[in-house]
Every structure is written in structure tokens, then in C-alpha cells.
Design a protein around this ligand. Sequence first.
Ligand SMILES: [Fe+2]
Length: 289
Amino acid sequence: MRDLTSDTITGAVISTMRDTKNPRLAEILESLVRHLHAFVREVEPTEEEWAQGVDFLTRTGQMCTPTRQEFILLSDVLGVTMLVDALGNQRPAEATQNSVLGPYFREDRPQHTDGADISEGLPGTPLFFEGRVVNGEGVAVAGAAVDVWHSDADGHYDMEVPGQVDPAMRALFRTDETGHFGFRSIRPSSYPIPGDGPVGELMSATGRSLMRPAHVHLLIEAPGYQRVTTMLFPSDDAYLDTDPVFGVKESLLEAYDTYAPEDGPCRGLTDVPYTLLRHTFVLEPLATA
Ligand SMILES: [Fe+2]
């Protein structure tokens, strides 16, 4: 393995990995080397440009903290997150489709009972959420674990605002025997993805908008069914067609119906206008081996 050229170096690198025990790892690494080398052959970066690329990835890693995941954000804005999901979670159109998990899910969320107020007193338009989880035949899925989390009226999640109530606007629910779960909170707002790191530089250099359409995140798990990681967007949001993380799907648009306090299904529960969001989630069974 001497005197390697731009034509022979790819095969040489791959040959050094021929003793890889795990066949899937061998497949992944060989493909990675082939595609990375093909990228370099196509782009022919200067040494300075390559150093800039290394610096970009270095700073992306250095930006990461327990509450800031710049690499997930990079994957999101390059469409890789949604591509991995699209290839790995192909479901019939009538089943609830996935979207991005995003960086704001937290394991340390409180468990609440049906109808709880999860806003922790934060200001905003009251939001009532009525959800139902069913299978493909419309039969209720009882005991499903349903995580919800969303931003406040300014587009901030609980951990982003120093001094804010934390945790807030997030909770874990269990569906009842009719598949129902529900809660009260405040209406989330559209918000920019973090723009103060390397991903923000990339977005700025390419003239892309940082703004995500407003949404409520949900993660639904039930034994025997595929996990659903999804979100619901207002169907009239201004940013649906420029979502920087490519997470919008037509089936995930919902009317965020707003009512006067004396009108609608939740009349009398507030003294200000409120929003009612309703959605039925359809789970797809796990594939049987
Ligand atoms: Fe979000």
C-alpha cells in the first residue's frame, strides 16, 4: 500500500477495514468512505476549504451541551433527519405520520392526569387539547404513553428562558380506555431555530429562514405498535412552506380553532378567547417477523 493515487486511495482505505467483524458496520463504513471520497473528487476542496469544513464540524460539536444539540440541528436543516425517518417509517397514508423529534424533548417531564393544566401559569392564549389514539380499524388504544411538549407564546421552550418555570408546557399522559387524552396549556407560537451557532451561519450563508411554523410535539408509544414521533401545525401558519427542518406534512395540519370565552366546546372555562385543538392519532402495528 504505497504510492497511492487519487484513483487508488479509496480502495486502499476500504481494504484496511476488511477485518471488521460486524457486517452492517463494514457496509456502513465502506459506503461512507466511497461517498466521502466521491464528494472530495467532485468538489476538489482547497486545503483552506477543507480546514474550514473541519472547523465547522469542530465548532458544531463544541456548541453541544445537555440542552443544546447542534449536530441534531445540522442533521435537521440538511434534511437528513427526515430522510432517515422517511426510509425507516413508511406507513399507510391513514396512519399518523412522523415528523422530527427536535432538540427539546426531555426525559425529566412530569406525568399528569387527564385534563391537567401543563402551562404552569405561563401567559398566553389558553389551549385545550383533545386527543384520541386508535389503531387502523378505529379501535381505541388504551394505556398508550403520550408525551407532549411545546413552546410558549413567544416561541420559547421551558429550558430556554432563565428564571422561567421549568419544566413547563410538557408532560406525559396515558390514554384512557376510550383512547382519549387531553390537557390544557397555552397556544404555542412559531419560533426560529437557534441561529447563534454554526448551523445559523450555514442558514445565513444560504439565505434560508430560521422560522419554524408553530406546533405541538407528541411522542406516542403503545405495546405492539410503532412509536409515533410527530407534531401538529396550525393549517394557516405563515411558515408551513419554509420549515427549515422539513418536518411539515399535509396530514399533520390542524385547525387551531379559536373561540370566544362564551362559545364552543370549552365555553365558560376561560374568560378570554381560547384555542381548541383536536386530533385522532392512528397507530400502525409493529411488523411481525
Ligand atoms: Fe418544537
